[in-house]
Design a protein around this ligand. Sequence first.
Ligand code: UDP
Ligand code: MG
Length: 314
Amino acid sequence: MDKISIIVPCYNEEEAMPIFYQEIIKVANEMKKVEFEFIFINDGSKDNTLQVARELHEYDKRVRYISMSRNFGKEAGMLAGLEAARGDYIAIMDVDLQDPPYLIKEMYDTLKNEDYDCVATRRVSREGEPPIRSFFARCYYKLINKISNTEIVDGARDFRLMSRQMVDSILEVKEYNRFSKGIFSWVGYNTKWLEYKNVERVAGTTKWSFWKLFLYSLESIIAFSTVPLSIAAILGILFCLVAFIMIVVIITKTLTVGDPVAGWPSLVCIIFFVSGVQLFCLGVMGQYLAKTYLEVKNRPIYIVKETEESKCKR
Ligand code: UDP
Ligand code: MG
């Protein structure tokens, strides 16, 4: 009998968890030929998420949970889930029901019967999202796909069902700065994309502010592209060319018409501009250096404080 592990990262989701459990259990009951385990990851929530997870485990032993010592972010949560999962097929889902649970069945059938290792989902509409956010999201996807060799699919969600083999490959990617959408794509394998319309969350509030998303997008660019590192080199060549042309122009001008010195404003502008560009390039390099620094420190990506098993032992 196949087993499907469903990983559910939760951060302050006490309201959404019971609703999610109700819905997913319906799907699980329909799929009689498959065993299930549900792994709730409590990502250092400040509300009663852990309490709810414990209660769900008491009520249904298929529910497992991993509680972190603090908030480590969704990426760390997903990794913790993937490492703990024991299933033959592994799914990642948000707890807010923005990822429709009924798709699990379709995904499982596809993996079983067709030659795919992963069935992933992407949103084709961004309804209910502020227009500016959608605009920046689109620009971001265009940019990153230009400068990165790894394909990052527009509107891709983390909701997906993967084979054991693919998950094992993902777990071999040990980097500290994790950008899962990139890693899923980087490991390869055949992925089938299901499309669906955006659904609004059932309870609670989104954990992503615009600023957080912006920083996250920068991190993903640094994680999956080294093109920004070439900016300094390219700009350097460009500026040399411009300087050369200007030298020629000024020399000919002085020789032919003579030149009353009147270059102060333009000089100041040029100095500001060029030093701005220099600082910018230095900043870009600093970002890569910072990531390298964090990577070299080799700290654990998350710390577990309690699981359903450790709770039993106590
Ligand atoms: N999440 C998490 N840790 C965090 C932030 C979010 O585990 O630091 C979880 C959250 O509980 C939810 C999922 O990640 O299950 C997606 O978050 P959210 O719905 O807030 O994001 P959105 O759908 O608005 O992009
Ligand atoms: Mg959500």
